[in-house]
Ligand binder design. Sequence first.
Ligand code: NAD
Length: 441
Amino acid sequence: MRISVIGCGYLGAVHAACMTVLGHEVVGIDVDEAKVEALRAGRAPFFEPGLPELLAQAEGTGRLTFSTSMSDASGADVHFICVGTPQMHGEFRADLTYVDAAVTALAPYLRAGDVVAGKSTVPVGTAERVARVLAPSGAVLVWNPEFLREGFAVQDTLHPDRLVYGLPTDDEGVATAAGEKARAVLDEVYAKPLADGTPLVVTDLATAQLVKVAANSFLATKISFINAMAELCEATGADVTRLADAIGYDPRIGRKFLNAGLGFGGGCLPKDIRAFMARAGELGVSDALGFLREIDSINMRRRVRVVDLAREVCHGSIVGRTVAVLGAAFKPDSDDVRDSPALSVAAQMQLQGAHVTVTDPQAIENARAKWPDLRFAADPLEAAAEADVVLLATEWAEYRDLDPDELGAVVAHKRILDGRNVLDPARWRAAGWTYRALGRP
Ligand code: NAD
């Protein structure tokens, strides 16, 4: 199939390369010239494990090109919309400017029967609005939400947990003839994962748009649930990691996403739950999602609690104290610093008078662009030199494996805050460290 991918960020660049590897002819289109230039040169414009190799493989086929010109999308059978939908400034709503701009720019190049597949995470109702804009072209609009996880994006795109198609339906909820044709086209696009047995959910447009925000709301709820338990554990001297192990053995609960700590961040979960709440309000059902406000609050409280913990171990004040923050990315194996809990805590401590040095294996450049006033160091030993307190804020494997003796040799005071509950308290205490964590004695 001939495919265009509009928007080549964390989602689109991976999608474009994976579609090529699946056998299609792909053009990736982005308004960001630097990004397109990097991709054309076979360079990944961001850190994602496996992406450089995948790009090399895809570009080696001669079937993957990149462009800044929407006219290069013409002739494609399927157009995937992968542009950003960030939070609006000062509001909970999603900013749909990029979706609208992409669709408006694409419309003149569409032919009757072309399939436009939305992948961006959007408020329910967006697809129906976009469909009206595209109607004169005769193209059919479907929604095909994306569930990839940064850090596992290549694997998740080539071997997804499930595929969801939201098709246009008639008044009875049955897919229209155009919808059925689009379904056949998507089946061809995803022939390989479907042949591998990937579950497929075919539904209407509203459900498909809701699936993604519902999934992210559930994940956010799970994280905030265990972080709420961490607050209880802190009040009672209990250990939230053991509590999570114990409840996680129940298969109805499951252990995944029950790691208490600094909470969630990134370019998806926070903005998605807020946009979902805003949309529920517009639909007159805000009570249904009232709990998400609490999920958000619990999450943000963890960031405040870590700053308080730093104050506690520094005998009441962090003013003038030297703090090393290990991690800037919102999660390991990514360089994405959008709404990163690590950076948010680093900036808070700096604003409250501490001298903060941040390190990260991949995200320093992005972090510096966002918080130029913070100091940055290449590695943990450099960051922790003469530190009064060290905070593990992002659970990169190399931070989990840190040697307490080696780190202990460079700090001013052996005080470690395990913001992700990934270190062995006994080992660090045995090496002479004051060890504190969220939800643990
Ligand atoms: P991103 O900011 O990394 O990428 C968006 C890209 O779209 C940018 O490169 C931008 O230059 C480009 N763009 C903006 N306007 C454009 C236009 N008019 N024409 C062409 N390109 C344009 O964002 P992302 O993380 O890739 O997320 C994209 C969407 O996918 C969002 O809705 C997000 O919620 C959703 N999503 C993201 C992930 C993830 O893990 N990052 C996972 C699933 C879904």
